[in-house]
Ligand binder design. Structure first.
Ligand SMILES: Nc1nc2c(ncn2[C@@H]2O[C@H](COP(=O)(O)OP(=O)(O)OP(=O)(O)O)[C@@H](O)[C@H]2O)c(=O)[nH]1
Length: 322
């Protein structure tokens, strides 16, 4: 990719824990193989990015405390402007923007298609990652709020490529049903592929799927999309002063959290070994990965969910650390 061209931009969208970062890491691997220098804008819920160790040696810009709705556009513009200044010193070949799990990608799209950025950046595709293992549950009026259902619908409709991830976690007979439900929302023309751990053919992932208009003012500035405050009940709770814990005990504790805790991430110190271990909790599954001491991570737990009862969680926390 040549630098005098507009910088291609890929947006990763999808609900909490669906696998956006997993897909992004795959895309970064491909960039490395091709010798492309990527820039990354990460938007995180909560005040701390506990995943930066996944992006070592990459050019990462963080938008913390992401609230994608009303403030994202200003924050994103500020970050894009910083990026443009940086690019004068070190041009990038490609840009990735990962929204929070409660982001509406339309908000990001509007910024990228505005006359401020359209001459320099070329929005290629919005990749929406869907968690197959929770899709039916999140779409069910019995087990999910209208807020979650609507947000997921918007992410699905706005996506130019739909990636149905985590198909390893569903019974084989369920896949067709899920795909039919998605097609009903997204329409038959939408490209949908399925897979596990973000494994997709790079040709499919990197394809240009959005045609943006370059002449004059972008339509997006004049068009006003209704602002839905989808995530008013989405919260991130931070637990600090985490004592050393046994991984198994901690995993059990995570799985006993109220069901509206949809996502957890952070670091714990393994009891007895002083090893710092990063954890990811999504789809009611926990994954652990030791991190090198040199990164100097402190134990911290971030829990994200809808309509969380903070007292209930703090009580549950006390059970673990008593
Ligand atoms: N079983 C299974 N787990 C997966 C798959 N893809 C990702 N995961 C795991 O799911 C967890 C969440 O994945 P992420 O890529 O961090 O999800 P995300 O969408 O970036 O999550 P947010 O940070 O909440 O926005 C991690 O523990 C991943 O390793 C998959 O296909 N199958």
């Amino acid at each position: 990719m040549k630098n005098e061209k507009r910088v291609p931009v890929f947006v990763l969208s999808g609900f909490l824990g669906s696998g956006k970062t997993t897909v992004l890491l795959k895309m970064l691997e491909h960039c490395k193989n091709k010798g492309w220098l990527p820039g990354i804008i990460l938007n995180e819920l909560g005040e701390a990015n506990v995943e930066s160790h996944l992006f070592e040696n990459e050019k990462v810009f963080e938008l913390l405390n992401g609230c994608i709705c009303c403030t994202i556009q200003d924050d994103l513009k500020e970050t894009m402007n910083q990026l443009i200044v940086e690019m004068e010193k070190q041009p990038i070949d490609i840009l990735f923007i990962e929204g929070t799990g409660v982001a509406n990608p339309l908000e990001i799209q509007e910024v990228l298609l505005s006359s401020q950025y359209i001459n320099q950046f070329e929005l290629m595709s919005i990749i929406t990652v869907l968690d197959a293992s929770h899709y039916l549950e999140y779409q069910s009026i019995f087990s999910s709020s209208s807020e979650v259902r609507n947000l997921m619908k918007e992410q699905t409709v706005c996506g130019s490529l739909l990636f149905l991830n985590k198909t390893d976690l569903i019974p084989s007979g369920q896949l067709e049903k899920i795909k039919q439900r998605i097609t009903k929302i997204a329409g038959h023309e939408k490209v949908m592929i399925e897979g596990v751990y973000g494994q997709i053919d790079p040709e499919v992932l990197f394809e240009k799927r959005i045609q943006s208009v370059l002449i004059g003012n972008s339509h997006s500035e004049d068009e006003h999309h209704p602002h839905h405050h989808h995530h008013s009940t989405v919260q991130a709770i931070k637990l600090e002063n985490v004592p050393p814990l046994k991984q198994k005990t901690f995993e059990k504790w995570l799985k006993q959290l109220p069901t509206n805790v949809l996502r957890g991430k952070g670091f714990i110190e393994s009891e007895g070994s002083e090893q710092i271990v990063s954890f990811q909790y999504a789809s009611k599954k926990a994954e652990f990965m030791p991190v090198p001491k040199s990164l100097n991570r402190k134990p911290i737990i971030i829990l994200i969910g809808m309509g969380l009862d903070e007292n209930q969680i703090r009580d549950h926390w006390k059970q673990l650390v008593k």
